[in-house]
Design a protein around this ligand. Structure first.
Ligand SMILES: Cc1cc2nc3c(=O)[nH]c(=O)nc-3n(C[C@H](O)[C@H](O)[C@H](O)COP(=O)(O)OP(=O)(O)OC[C@H]3O[C@@H](n4cnc5c(N)ncnc54)[C@H](O)[C@@H]3O)c2cc1C
Length: 382
């Protein structure tokens, strides 16, 4: 005899758990299978996120899940120029992702979802109006499988290996995020420092064709540091998937590419994915109208597609910049009027905000210093 439920969720991280919580609140029977023995572990994410977005989708972090409040961001150019942006109005915090995921797990369980850990989703057989799923050693029949397995299923292009350490050092500034740009050391990406308390930070590095661990070790040379923990994890910058729904499979979070192509931030956009998917999977099942599930993608795209496209265009430009170009772009961005505008922007919609703040004059100045087809295409669209 196999078990029966409305939805099996593969992956008990932020997207899968948000989906489960929302779908169970709407009256669906939901089983979440997480392959690791504990939700939130092993923790790989740095947890930098805007509270605005999490509040909007109904999942603000509570208590100890917030490790730090960010008040400024410093960008470093390859030659060591600094661009400091006041971030105190942006409502950006650093989460303890493990604690946050456990908070959402508790919400899902309280709503009636069954969260099982140490339980891997294996073979999946789709039928016309249902799906048969191997959960651990058990066979489960469901109306939908929600795939929230993260980078394991995300679109292949746009995956970068990243190295991340949790470290202690007196050079770390609490409340200050730092980003180090260098097209030779971190091609197509950057090194980062995200504080989580006094003299503690999550530091990382990634880049196309480089060893991220070697790049990170070099970054830490000369900075007196104690390494507390090392993590190797892929980050995804390839943009949203073409289809979030394929037959009886619904993709949420990173498996649907719901991640910012500029920073690889995916917490808020994955929560939004879980909420939208739960709404339309529930309507589809409860109203007996399977095609309603397709509206999930439209709803998520309504909130994010324009920004994701702007981020993809910025990424296209960024990946082609040499260190010389980066220095030139720094001088354009350093205009006091622009720095002020950036401090009032929306953290989650930073690409549209940046392009809007630059305006035509700023873009023309960038086009003068960076001869790239991508910059010209941004100009032509405006
Ligand atoms: C180094 C690093 C730093 C990051 N920093 C930030 C940041 O600062 N801010 C931000 O917004 N985003 C950040 N991100 C991105 C963010 O972590 C992800 O976008 C987000 O966690 C995606 O959530 P998800 O639920 O879709 O997938 P994941 O969090 O990847 O979770 C997928 C889950 O599925 C489980 N799973 C996989 N296969 C199976 C299976 N067959 N059966 C059962 N379970 C399975 C996995 O064990 C995992 O728990 C970072 C990512 C990395 C790698």
């Amino acid at each position: 005899m196999s078990r029966i439920c409305d939805v099996v969720v593969a992956g008990g991280s932020i997207a899968g758990l948000t989906f489960a919580s929302e779908a169970a609140k709407r009256g669906l029977s939901v089983i979440v299978a997480e392959e690791h023995p504990e939700v939130g572990e092993p923790e790989k994410c740095d947890g930098l996120v805007s509270l605005r977005g999490l509040r909007k989708y109904g999942y603000p972090p509570e208590g100890a899940a917030v490790q730090d409040q960010i008040t400024s961001a410093i960008l470093h150019s390859p030659s060591g120029k600094r661009l400091a942006v006041n971030a105190s109005a942006l409502d950006v915090v650093v989460l303890d992702r493990s604690a946050y995921d456990k908070q959402v797990e508790a919400a899902a369980s309280a709503a009636g979802a069954k969260v099982t850990t140490g339980s891997r989703v294996g073979d999946v057989h789709e039928k016309v109006d249902s799906v048969s799923v191997k959960v651990g050693t058990e066979d489960v029949q469901a109306k939908f499988l929600v795939d929230a397995t993260g980078p394991a299923s995300s679109p292949r292009r746009g995956i970068l290996p990243a190295a991340k350490y949790e470290v202690e050092g007196d050079w770390i500034r609490q409340h200050v995020v730092e980003v180090f740009l260098d097209a030779e050391k971190y091609p197509g990406y950057f090194a980062w420092v995200i504080p989580f308390g006094k003299h503690r930070a999550k530091v990382g590095a990634a880049g196309y064709g480089v060893s991220p661990f070697r790049a990170l070790d070099r970054f830490l040379e000369g900075r007196s540091t104690t390494v507390l923990r090392k993590v190797s994890a892929p980050i995804y910058v390839g943009g949203p998937a073409q289809s979030f729904v394929r037959g009886r499979r619904v993709y949420v979070g990173e498996s649907a590419g719901q991640v910012k192509p500029t920073t690889a931030g995916g917490i808020m956009t994955s929560v939004a994915g879980g909420v939208a998917a739960a709404k339309w999977v529930s309507s589809s099942i409860l109203e007996g109208r399977p095609p309603l599930v397709e509206r999930y993608q439209k709803e998520w795209e309504g909130d994010f597609l324009k920004e994701m496209k702007a981020m993809m265009r910025l990424r296209g430009v960024f990946e082609k910049l040499s260190n010389h170009d980066l220095e030139a772009v720094f001088s354009v961005l350093a205009a006091p009027r622009l720095v002020k505008k950036l401090s009032q922007t929306d953290f989650d919609f930073h690409a549209s905000a940046l392009l809007g703040s630059l305006g035509m004059p700023g873009l023309l100045r960038v086009a003068r210093v960076v001869a790239s087809a991508e910059v010209r295409s941004i100009l032509l669209e405006r």
